[in-house]
Design a protein around this ligand. Structure first.
Ligand code: F6R
Length: 251
């Protein structure tokens, strides 16, 4: 048994360079396994990655028709087609630009019955054989997906009350008005994330630096959900220089 230090840390000069390298890695994974099951995140962080993936897909003629996707989370009460939804974000940034089969796009529906919807999602993830590569961002409070810090974490897909800092950082999706950001979301739980065969967590900018330092050096704690990536056998932190600025010897 190899207890090599995990997650691995790779630091790039900027977010754009990181996006190019990760997109190339995903493109190769997709070419090696046309039936790849991809876990996807929304938010500001993966925007350059999705732009780069769209570019690489066109340049290399990548075939997404047998790829399956699962997004991490969605706001409760927000219909999929609504401008503030994560579903809409993904349609605009990635889905409509590649030849994904709509039947293979899996998304939590924020307007469905929450309990039924969460169980449905877990069954769909299991039926797909789990996630091959999970893309993650990280909240400034250490959340992954919408697994918020607290006294405990949920293994399964669940309904979550969003912390105020999380609502604030999503305000741009709702015209800059924090009051319009839903107070609840549905989120994949820690089990599906940690059982993904590969986890790639991207972080950019100074605001993520202290969390990243704790993910790398701190103890496992439910107060920093991303710290559980220390238990993952194949997890990478892909950082820009600012997000890595509190680490020593990273690179
Ligand atoms: C969104 C998600 C969240 C974000 C996190 C960081 O699907 O899973 O965990 O990754 O809130 O958001 P940004 O990238 O906007 O800083």
């Amino acid at each position: 048994m190899n207890f090599a230090r995990t997650p691995r840390v790779t630091v790039f000069p900027d977010a754009q360079t990181a996006a190019r390298v990760v997109a190339a890695r995903l493109a190769s994974a997709l070419q090696d396994n046309p039936q790849l099951v991809l876990g996807l995140a929304t938010g500001r962080t993966p925007i350059p990655l999705y732009a780069e993936l769209v570019r690489v897909s066109a340049a290399r003629g990548l075939d997404w028709s047998r790829v399956t996707t699962f997004n991490l989370d969605e706001f409760v009460g927000v219909p999929p087609e609504s401008p503030g939804s994560y579903r809409r974000f993904m349609e605009e940034r990635l889905f409509r630009h590649v030849n994904l089969d709509p039947h293979r796009i899996n998304f939590l529906n924020g307007t469905a019955d929450p309990d039924d919807e969460c169980r449905r999602y877990d069954r769909a993830i299991a039926a797909a054989g789990g996630i091959d590569v999970q893309i993650l961002g990280i909240g400034t409070n250490g959340h992954i997906g919408f697994n918020e810090p607290g006294a405990g974490l949920e293994a399964r897909t669940h309904r979550v009350r969003l912390r105020s800092e999380t609502r604030r950082s999503n305000a741009t999706l709702f015209g800059g008005e924090i009051d319009k950001v839903p107070s609840e979301a549905l989120s994949m739980g820690m089990a599906a994330i940690l059982q993904a065969r590969t986890a790639l967590l991207l972080a950019h900018g100074e605001t993520k630096a202290s969390c990243i330092e704790r993910v790398v050096n701190g103890p496992l704690t439910t107060e920093l959900p991303a710290s559980f990536l220390q238990l993952h056998a194949d997890a990478d932190l892909i950082l820009d220089a600012a997000a890595a600025s509190r680490l020593t010897g990273a690179g």
